[in-house]
Design a protein around this ligand. Structure first.
Ligand SMILES: C[S@@+](CC[C@H](N)C(=O)[O-])C[C@H]1O[C@@H](n2cnc3c(N)ncnc32)[C@H](O)[C@@H]1O
Length: 200
């Protein structure tokens, strides 16, 4: 049984992520942001940056990156990336964030489902407020049929996902259900992958 999120230990997961390829959703989101001209380097906020694979890619793609994660075991790693790549690391619980820097990209891979339900709605509002006009939101969400639904976190029905995206231009919305594996073992996945843009 998956643990309550306060008890989940992401450090082993994050250590195992070092050296893996950049997630394709991050590459597609970057292409969309960089297709527009920016007077200054674009800004990205990454929620749940883990081992920093995507944060590093964003920095190498000319973004200034705010990389936020709650796992203390990645603090040194993010600080090292901060020094080598100009990334601003923040170790914080996403459920306590009251504001985010204005951003051209808000990215969150495989993280938002672990945010407690009561904290998710305010966090989502904060993420949307951070988006500059034309800014892109690229996120993974989990659905109500996911094996982990019912544990602490946020697991959504399709209609709830649609409601979250109201007022945004939805560029990609892929809902998937499949049997597979997680870091913890076999699992039924119900996921939504979203790329959406704040209208200019
Ligand atoms: C499954 S990992 C994904 C990491 C990375 N985005 C990736 O795709 O490999 C989830 C990440 O979210 C972080 N996380 C989960 N819940 C969090 C919370 N409430 N506040 C801050 N970080 C959290 C964990 O520490 C972990 O690094």
């Amino acid at each position: 049984m998956q643990q309550r999120s306060a008890e989940r230990d992401f450090s082993a997961y994050n250590q195992a992520q070092r050296g893996r390829p950049v997630r394709p959703v991050a590459r597609r989101a970057v292409d969309i942001v960089l297709a527009r001209e920016h007077a200054a380097p674009p800004v990205a906020v990454e929620l749940g940056s883990g081992a920093g694979v995507e944060a590093r890619f964003l920095a190498e793609s000319s973004f200034h990156v705010h990389a936020i994660d709650g796992d203390p075991s990645v603090e040194q790693l993010l600080e090292a990336l901060g020094e080598s790549h100009g990334i601003s690391p923040v170790i914080a619980d996403l459920g306590t964030l009251e504001a985010l820097p204005a951003a051209d990209l808000v990215l969150s891979c495989a993280t938002l489902p672990f945010v407690r339900q009561e904290a998710f709605t305010p966090l989502w509002e904060t993420m949307r407020e951070a988006l500059r006009p034309g800014g892109v939101l690229a996120v993974d969400l989990f659905g109500e049929h996911d094996d982990w639904a019912g544990t602490e976190g946020t697991y959504l029905a399709r209609a709830e996902v649609d409601a979250l995206l109201e007022g945004l231009e939805v560029l990609e919305l892929t809902e998937e259900e499949r049997d597979g594996r997680s870091f913890a073992g076999p699992k039924h996945w119900h996921t939504f992958q979203v790329i959406a843009r704040r209208p200019v």
